[in-house]
Design a binder for this molecule. Structure first.
Ligand code: SF4
Length: 423
């Protein structure tokens, strides 16, 4: 990593470039994994009627909400879930066409945009390793998908079983091969570490297999035990034991070391990419750029405007029934909006920037909030510098240190917990 003092002000840090990203939440899964805390529903198989109704509801919500983002260039589309690949390619194609009709696309799209994306920078679909879904890959490609995010999680059958995943390692191999055969040259793999009973040697074997496949992007997650999940309850009752904190921190370092040597850049706390392959849609969240979220449980990031000077987040109802009823009542207002106070916006600006490799640029922060980060968070910054969790240059730019990257959540908490106390 280059020294923090040598970084120029980045051109791609923008408040708003007139674009919009769209997130579509397709919540159905073959079965629910015991650690999953997302808005999901079991559907095995997904019935054509349920699929058709869900697509119709998404189109209804799009028609009602598109005016909030009127005139914006469609930059990215992300089909997340759930398991979006349970939907038929025809449904995905219908949704992409509707989005293109709703928003203009840029004629000056990046050069790596495939012909299929027609001016949109990136169209991602999440996929789980399975025979049925692998067979649909050519159809998804034809529909316009140009990036896959595959929920591999581990290459070890025992670990997959302990995680309660439906797939096994042989399905991963065949799905990855099918993805390349279908022409996908931008593939991201998800990997979970610090899972039940996993040690450094087992993680090393997973990393070895992952690197051998050569994905363009990798997302890594430490297993978390959310209270409302079966894993969370098992932890609370003593039936399960979480990975020791120090061991988990060592695993974070192990993942970074292996992937860096293999040519990946850790450009965000959980994300690694080969050059030019950073996730464009995900970057919108870290840069607080507008995102229209459609579907049950989806979140939107509203554009900053005169009525929302510091932005707003909108959260859709988390159950299918509640979301569908809200659409019937008033599709434009299906979610609950939370307008950000300036204090919350400042805290978010700091901790989201610190998640990224480039860190927080003081001049960019000052342009938005009137003072440099020190002007609001001097004590917090000094405390974190004292613990060697943060680096600061002469311009006041901030970045996590290598120690801080192991403890990113604790660093973030320093800025978020105190936002109410700022002036
Ligand atoms: S496949 Fe993913 S979204 Fe579905 S239940 Fe498992 S973790 Fe949750």
């Amino acid at each position: 990593m280059e020294p923090v003092s040598s970084r120029p002000l980045s051109d791609d840090v923008v408040f708003d470039d007139g674009s919009v990203g769209v997130y579509l939440h397709l919540p159905f899964c073959d079965r629910i994994c015991p650690y999953c805390d997302f808005a999901v529903l079991a559907a095995s198989p997904l019935s054509p009627d349920v699929e058709a109704r869900y697509v119709a509801d998404l189109l209804r919500e799009l028609a009602a909400r598109r005016d909030h983002f009127a005139g914006r260039r469609l930059a990215t589309i992300y089909f997340g879930g759930g398991t979006p690949s349970l939907f038929q390619p025809e449904s995905v194609a219908t949704l992409i066409c509707a989005l293109r009709d709703a928003f203009p696309s840029s004629s000056t799209s990046p050069s790596f945009s495939s012909p299929a994306t027609r001016g949109t920078e990136e169209i991602t679909l999440e996929l789980n390793p399975s025979t049925t879904e692998a067979a649909r890959l050519p159809g998804f490609r034809e529909a316009g998908i140009d990036r896959l995010s595959i929920g591999v999680q581990s290459f070890d059958d025992e670990q997959l079983k302990k995680l309660g995943r439906a797939h096994r390692a042989d399905r991963i191999d065949s799905t990855l091969a099918a993805a390349r055969e279908a022409g996908f040259d931008n593939v991201s793999l998800d990997l979970i570490f610090a899972g039940p009973g996993q040690n450094a040697a087992a993680l090393d074997r997973d990393l070895e297999r992952l690197i051998a496949f050569g994905p363009e992007h990798v997302s890594t997650y430490e297993l978390t035990y959310e209270p409302a999940t079966p894993f969370g309850r098992a932890l609370a009752s003593g039936q399960m034991e979480a990975c020791d904190e120090d061991d988990a921190a060592e695993m974070i370092g192990q993942v970074e070391a292996r992937l860096t040597v293999a040519g990946y850049e850790r450009y965000e706390i959980s994300s690694y990419a080969r050059p030019g392959r950073r996730a464009r849609h995900n970057a919108r969240y870290w840069q607080r750029a507008p995102v229209l979220g459609l579907g049950m449980g989806a979140h939107s990031t509203e554009a900053r405007s005169a009525v929302r000077p510091h932005g707003a987040r909108r959260a859709n109802p988390r159950t299918l029934e509640a979301w569908q009823s809200a659409l019937v009542k008033d599709a434009a207002q299906a979610g609950e909006e939370e307008s950000f106070s300036v204090e919350v916006a400042r805290g978010e600006a700091v901790f989201l920037a610190l998640r990224q490799r480039e860190g927080l640029q003081a001049a960019v922060f000052e342009k938005e909030f009137g003072k440099t980060p020190r002007g609001f968070f001097g004590n917090e910054i000094d405390g974190l510098l004292g613990r060697d969790w943060l680096e600061e240059n002469a311009l006041g730019d901030l970045r996590l240190s290598s120690e801080g990257r192991l403890l990113a959540d604790s660093v973030a908490a320093e800025f978020v917990a105190d936002v109410g106390e700022q002036d």
